[in-house]
Write a protein that binds this ligand. Structure first.
Ligand SMILES: Cc1cc2nc3c(=O)[nH]c(=O)nc-3n(C[C@H](O)[C@H](O)[C@H](O)COP(=O)(O)OP(=O)(O)OC[C@H]3O[C@@H](n4cnc5c(N)ncnc54)[C@H](O)[C@@H]3O)c2cc1C
Length: 509
C-alpha cells in the first residue's frame, strides 16, 4: 500500500534551502506535495559559494530553470576550471580543467597513451590535450549544441561563477511563483516524538508548523539534525586543517577570466572568483598558523580593485554528519557537512544530496534500509571529494612556512594513500562511475604537482611510435585551431548573456 509523503518543510533560505525547493517543486509537480520554506529575517545566509562545478548546469535543467535568465540575473561568468598558483612551489602554476583531456587511442585510456608518447620522446603537455585548458589559456568561450558531434565539443564542459546572494533571490522568486509557501520567521523549537521523529517546529510566536518530512538547511549549526536529533559530526580537521576564511568583494578591474584562481599562501590559499560586475575574493587559512589580522592583511594585499565591503571572517569546521538523512530529516548544505571550497564542491554536494534523496524518496513508513542506502551513497561522495582536496596539500613541495611543513608530514586517509600508491605503481587511476572527479581530474592535479609514474599500459608497446606521435600532434593542432576561432569569453557574454543591469531585479519603491 502506498503511504505517500504529502508535505516537506525546508528550514533555511540560503542556497541550500532554495535549491531544494526549486528542484523538489520541479520533480514533484504531479504529486501535490506541499513544499514550505521557513527562512529567518534575523539570521543571515553565509553569502559565499560563488564558484561551481559543471553539475550546476544539470541542476538548472532538472529544476527547469532558464539558464540564460539565471546567468543574467546572477551576473554569472563561465568557468572552465581552476588555475592553481604556487601550489607545488612558489612561481609554478597549473590548471585543473573540467571536461575530458585527450582522445582515447584505439580504446586505450588517453593518459596511458600520452605517457607512452613521453617515454618515446614526444613533448606535448598534458594540458595541450584539454580543450577546456586551451580555451582558458586564451580566454575563449563558446557553448556547443548537441548537434555538434566533433570530439572536441564532446570533450568540453563548463560551470558558472555566480553571485550567491542574487542566486538565492532568483531561486526564491521562482519557487514562490511555483506555489512554494514561504514563511519569514525564525524557528524557535523543534519538537521530537518518542520515536525520534520530528513532529513539528515552532516559530518565534509559538505557531507550530508540521510536516511529513523536514530538510535542515539552517547552515553550520544544524538546528534540526544536530541540536534536536543529536546526529554527531565526523570531524575531518586532522586531514584538512584550514578552519577559517576571510572574504571581501572588489570592483572588477580586468576582463573576467573563464576560470577561478586558487593561489597557495603561507597558511592556506586565496581565491579570486570573477563575476560580470565584481570579483569575489577570499583567503582560507588555519588559525594555528595565521591570526585573523594577518589573514585580512594578506587578503587585502592580494586583491586588485577597490574593496566593496568590509572583510568578513567565517569560521568553519571540516567534516560531515554521521548520518545526513536521519528518520524524517535530511540535512542539506552546511548543515550536512563542509569541505573547504578549494574545488568549489559545496553547491555540487547540495545537488548530489538531492539527487540521491529523490532516488530514495521515502514514504511515510520511513524504511531504515532505504535511509541507510542513501547515507552510504552520499558518504562515498563526501569521501571522494575529501581525498581529492587533500591530494592538493599532501603532494606539495612547499616547505616555506609552518603550515606547508605540516603538510609535508600530514597523515592521509588510507583510501587516498592506496590511490596514490596504485598510481605510482601502475600509472593509472581507476575511473569510478558517478563520481565528481574523473581520472582526468586526478591526472591533472598529479601532473601539476609533478607526480609521475614511469609506467603505462604494457600493451601500448605494440603501438607504432611515429603513428602515436602523429595522432597526438594532430589532436593538439585541431584543439588549437578550433579554440582560436571561438569568441573571447568577454565577447561571448556581452553578446549572449550580459548581466541584467544593477537594480533591475530589486523591488521598486
Ligand atoms: C568560506 C567559504 C567559501 C565557500 N565557497 C564556495 C564555493 O566557491 N563554491 C561552493 O559550491 N560552495 C562554497 N561554499 C559553501 C556555500 O557557501 C554553501 O554550501 C551554500 O551557501 C549553502 O549554504 P546553506 O544554505 O547551507 O547555509 P546558509 O547560507 O548559512 O543559510 C542558512 C539559512 O538558514 C536560516 N536559518 C538559520 N537558523 C534558522 C532558524 N532558527 N529559523 C529559520 N531559519 C533559520 C538562515 O536565515 C539562512 O537563510 C563556501 C563556504 C564557505 C564557508
Amino acid at each position: 500500500m502506498q503511504n505517500p509523503i504529502k508535505s516537506i518543510c525546508i528550514i533555511g533560505g540560503g542556497s541550500a534551502g532554495w535549491m531544494a525547493a526549486a528542484l523538489l517543486s520541479s520533480i514533484t509537480r504531479g504529486n501535490s506535495i506541499k513544499i514550505t520554506v521557513i527562512e529567518s529575517p534575523d539570521i543571515n545566509t553565509i553569502g559565499v559559494g560563488e564558484s561551481t562545478v559543471p553539475s550546476i548546469i544539470d541542476f538548472t535543467k532538472a529544476a527547469q530553470i532558464d539558464l540564460k535568465d539565471f546567468i543574467q540575473s546572477t551576473s554569472a561568468t563561465f568557468k572552465l576550471g581552476i588555475r592553481f598558483d604556487n601550489w607545488l612551489s612558489s612561481g609554478e602554476n597549473f590548471f585543473h580543467p573540467f571536461g575530458k583531456t585527450g582522445k582515447d587511442v584505439n580504446g586505450f585510456d588517453f593518459y596511458q597513451a600520452w605517457q607512452k608518447s613521453l617515454a618515446d620522446g614526444e613533448k606535448t603537455r598534458w594540458l595541450d590535450h584539454s580543450p577546456n585548458a586551451i580555451m582558458a589559456e586564451h580566454q575563449r568561450f563558446m557553448l556547443h549544441s548537441n548537434q555538434q558531434q566533433h570530439w572536441i565539443f564532446s570533450s568540453f564542459a563548463h560551470a558558472l561563477h555566480l553571485d550567491a546572494v542574487k542566486a538565492g533571490q532568483y531561486l526564491r522568486e521562482l519557487c514562490v511563483k511555483r506555489g512554494v509557501i514561504r514563511i519569514e520567521a525564525t524557528v524557535q523549537n523543534v519538537n521530537v516524538d518518542k520515536d525520534g521523529f520530528i513532529e513539528n517546529v515552532s516559530l518565534a510566536d509559538n505557531t507550530p508548523v508540521s510536516s511529513d518530512f523536514y530538510i535542515d538547511c539552517t547552515g553550520f549549526k544544524g538546528l534540526l539534525i544536530e541540536k534536536s536529533l543529536n546526529v554527531a559530526f565526523q570531524d575531518w580537521s586532522d586531514y584538512l586543517p584550514c578552519n577559517r576564511a576571510v572574504t571581501v568583494q572588489t570592483e572588477q578591474v580586468d576582463l573576467p577570466p573563464p576560470y577561478t584562481v586558487a593561489s597557495a599562501q603561507k597558511a592556506g590559499w586565496s581565491w579570486h572568483i570573477p563575476l560580470q560586475h565584481r570579483t569575489g575574493n577570499g583567503y582560507v587559512y588555519c588559525d594555528k598558523f595565521c591570526s585573523d589580522e594577518a589573514a585580512i592583511t594578506l587578503l587585502k594585499a592580494n586583491v586588485k580593485g577597490k574593496l566593496l565591503n568590509e572583510p568578513n571572517i567565517i569560521p568553519f569546521k571540516t567534516g560531515r554528519r554521521e548520518k545526513i538523512w536521519h528518520k524524517n530529516c535530511l540535512a542539506l548544505g552546511l548543515a550536512s557537512g563542509f569541505l573547504e571550497p578549494l574545488e568549489s564542491t559545496a553547491i555540487h554536494l547540495v545537488y548530489k544530496t538531492l539527487v540521491h534523496f529523490i532516488k530514495h524518496f521515502p514514504d511515510k513508513d520511513f524504511d531504515e534500509l532505504n535511509e541507510t542506502a542513501f547515507n552510504e551513497k552520499i558518504n562515498a561522495d563526501y569521501q571522494e571529494i575529501r581525498d581529492f582536496i587533500i591530494l592538493h596539500y599532501c603532494t606539495s613541495d612547499r616547505t616555506d612556512s609552518d603550515f606547508w611543513r605540516w603538510c609535508q608530514t600530514m597523515t592521509i586517509p588510507p583510501s587516498l594513500d592506496e590511490k596514490i600508491k596504485a598510481f605510482r605503481h601502475r600509472g593509472s587511476i581507476e575511473e569510478e562511475q558517478g563520481k565528481l572527479f574523473t581520472s582526468d581530474s586526478w591526472y591533472s592535479i598529479l601532473n601539476g604537482m609533478h607526480i609521475h609514474s614511469k609506467k603505462y599500459h604494457p600493451l601500448l608497446d605494440g603501438f607504432h611510435t611515429q603513428d602515436l606521435a602523429n595522432t597526438l600532434n594532430k589532436n593538439v593542432q585541431e584543439i588549437r585551431d578550433m579554440v582560436m576561432k571561438m569568441p573571447s569569453h568577454h565577447d561571448f557574454i556581452q553578446t549572449n548573456c550580459p548581466a541584467h543591469s544593477f537594480g533591475q531585479n530589486e523591488p521598486q519603491d
